[in-house]
Design a protein around this ligand. Structure first.
Ligand code: LLP
Length: 426
C-alpha cells in the first residue's frame, strides 16, 4: 500500500486531494494516512507470529501519540509502550487498557511510578537500581517488572539514536554482576513479578543482522543466568528500531520475511541452549507511522545567496521538523500543485526560525517554486509532531487523519491563546 499518489496537478491521499486540506486547515499541516497506519499495524500483527512462541507487539508511542492515535492502536489490537507521565496519561484518557501498557524510561520520577501503580500498568521496565528502590518503597500489590539490559550491540545508525553501545545511558550491562543483583532483588521481592528482560538497540536500523546479534547475545545471557543463578527469563522484549524509507538512499528490509527468520532463530537457539521459549515482544514506533505522514507547507520567499545557494523558505521550521537539524536526516519533497514537473535545480528548504541550522532539507531537487505554492515533505509521520516545539513562539500545526475520502482533525492547530495559556504576568 502506498500512503499517497502523485498526479500531474496534485497529490492524493486515500481519495482526498491534499490541496483541499490546505484550504480547509491552512499550513503548516501534518497529514497522516489513517488507513496506512492501520494497515501497518495489521502487517506487523500478521507477520510477527510463530507457532511455538507467544508474541506481542507494543507500539512505541514516542513516535507519535495523541488521543486518536491511542484509540487507533487499541482498535488494531496492539499493545502500547509509554515512557513518561504525559504518554501514559494520554493513553489512559483515550481508554487504552492499562493491562496492555508497558512503561519505560531511564529515570522515572516518583510521580510517574505512583501514577503507573495507581492505574495498574501491566509492566514497569526497570532501568537502574535507584528506580527499583523507588518502586519497592511504593509497591503495595503485585506488579510485573522487567529489566532493561544493554548487551553492547553497535547498531549502524546515527549516534544519537543508537542505544546499546557500552557507554549508553540506557539499561544495565550484561557484563556487570550488579545486573544479576538487581534481578535477584526483583525475584525475591514478594510483590514484584520479574517476567524478563528488555533491550532496544537503536532506531532506523537497516541491517537485520543487528537484531539477530541482539537476540543471540540475550539468549546466551538467558542460558548463562539460568545455568549460574537458576534465573529463568519468561519474556524477551527486543525493542523497536526497524528502519523506514525517507529517501532512495534508505533500504529497509522486508519485515515479513525477516520476522519469520528471527523467530525461528530464537526458537532454535532456545532448543540448543535448553532454555524455555520466551514470550517474545517488539516495540516498533517509526515503522508503524513514519511513511503514513506528510507535512504541507506554504512556500514564501525565495533567495539566492551571494555564493549562489538557492533557498526556498517555507512557513514551518525546525520547530515542527527537528530531525534534519538533530540527526542530519534526509527527506524528499514535491510541489503539491505540480508534483511531476521536471526538476530544475537543487534547493535548500529552510524554515522561518532564527537559527542557521533551521534547514528542513539541505538538498531538494525541485522545479522552480512559485511563491504561494505548497511544498509537501514526505515521511514525517514519526518523531515530527511528537518532537515539535514552540521555539521562536511558533505555533504547533494541526494533525489531520485522512481515511477513505474523509479527513478529520485529531489535533487542533495551536492558537495564540494556547501559546499564552500557561504564561503568568508579573
Ligand atoms: N522501544 C524503546 C525502548 C525505544 O527507546 C524506542 C525508541 C522504541 C522502542 C521505538 O523505536 P523505533 O521503532 O521508532 O525506531 N527521535 C529519534 C528516534 C528516537 C528513538 C528513541 N527510542 C528520531 O527521530 O529518529
Amino acid at each position: 500500500m502506498q500512503p499517497y499518489s502523485l498526479t500531474a496537478s496534485t497529490i492524493m491521499m486515500n481519495g482526498v486531494d491534499l490541496q483541499s486540506l490546505t484550504q480547509r486547515y491552512g499550513t503548516p499541516l501534518y497529514v497522516m494516512n489513517e488507513s496506512f497506519i492501520r494497515n501497518q499495524a495489521q502487517r506487523f500483527k500478521a507477520t510477527f507470529v510463530h507457532e511455538h512462541l507467544k508474541t506481542t507487539i507494543f507500539y512505541a508511542s514516542k513516535a507519535f501519540l495523541t488521543l486518536a492515535m491511542a484509540q487507533l492502536i487499541d482498535e488494531e489490537g496492539l499493545s502500547l509502550d509509554v515512557v513518561s507521565l504525559g504518554e501514559l496519561h494520554t493513553a489512559l484518557k483515550a481508554n487504552f487498557p492499562p493491562s496492555r501498557i508497558i512503561f519505560h524510561g531511564n529515570n522515572k520520577t516518583s510521580l510517574e511510578l505512583d501514577y503507573a501503580l495507581k492505574h495498574h500498568v501491566e509492566t514497569i521496565v526497570i532501568d537502574n537500581p535507584y528506580e527499583l528502590q523507588l518502586l519497592i518503597e511504593k509497591v503495595s500489590r503485585p506488579q510485573k517488572v522487567m529489566l532493561r539490559l544493554n548487551p553492547g550491540v553497535e547498531a549502524h545508525t546515527h549516534e544519537y539514536i543508537s542505544t546499546t553501545k557500552h557507554d549508553s545511558k540506557f539499561g544495565l550491562s550484561i557484563n556487570d554482576v550488579e545486573t544479576i543483583e538487581v534481578m535477584k532483588t526483583m525475584i525475591n521481592h514478594p510483590l514484584l513479578d520479574f517476567t524478563g528482560i528488555h533491550c532496544h538497540i537503536g532506531s532506523q536500523i537497516f541491517d537485520p543482522s543487528s537484531f539477530h546479534k541482539e537476540a543471540q547475545l540475550l539468549l546466551e545471557y538467558m542460558r548463562d543466568i539460568k545455568d549460574n543463578y537458576d534465573i529463568e527469563i519468561k519474556t524477551l522484549n527486543l525493542g523497536g528500531g526497524f528502519g523506514v524509507k525517507y529517501t532512495d538512499e534508505d533500504t529497509p528490509f522486508d519485515i515479513q520475511l525477516y520476522f519469520h527468520d528471527l523467530l525461528d532463530f530464537i526458537k532454535n537457539t532456545c532448543d540448543e541452549y535448553q532454555i524455555i521459549y520466551p514470550h517474545v515482544c517488539i516495540e516498533p514506533g517509526r515503522s508503524i507511522v513514519a511513511e503514513a505522514g506528510v507535512t504541507i507547507y506554504t512556500i514564501g520567499a525565495l533567495k539566492t545567496t551571494h555564493s549562489s545557494k538557492h533557498f526556498v523558505f517555507v512557513d514551518g521550521s525546525m520547530a515542527d521538523h527537528i530531525r534534519t537539524a538533530l540527526y542530519q536526516a534526509k527527506y524528499e519533497a514535491r510541489i503539491l500543485e505540480r508534483p511531476l514537473d521536471p526538476h530544475d535545480r537543487i534547493y535548500s528548504v529552510a524554515g522561518k526560525a532564527c537559527e542557521t541550522g533551521d534547514i528542513l532539507i539541505h538538498e531538494s531537487s525541485l522545479p522552480t517554486p512559485n511563491i504561494g505554492e505548497h511544498l509537501v515533505v514526505f515521511t514525517t509521520g514519526a518523531y515530527h509532531y511528537s518532537m515539535a516545539s514552540n521555539y521562536n513562539r511558533l505555533l504547533k500545526p494541526a494533525v489531520v487523519f485522512v481515511n477513505e475520502d474523509d479527513a478529520r482533525v485529531v489535533v487542533k492547530a495551536q492558537t495564540l491563546d494556547d501559546l499564552l495559556s500557561s504564561d503568568v504576568m508579573l
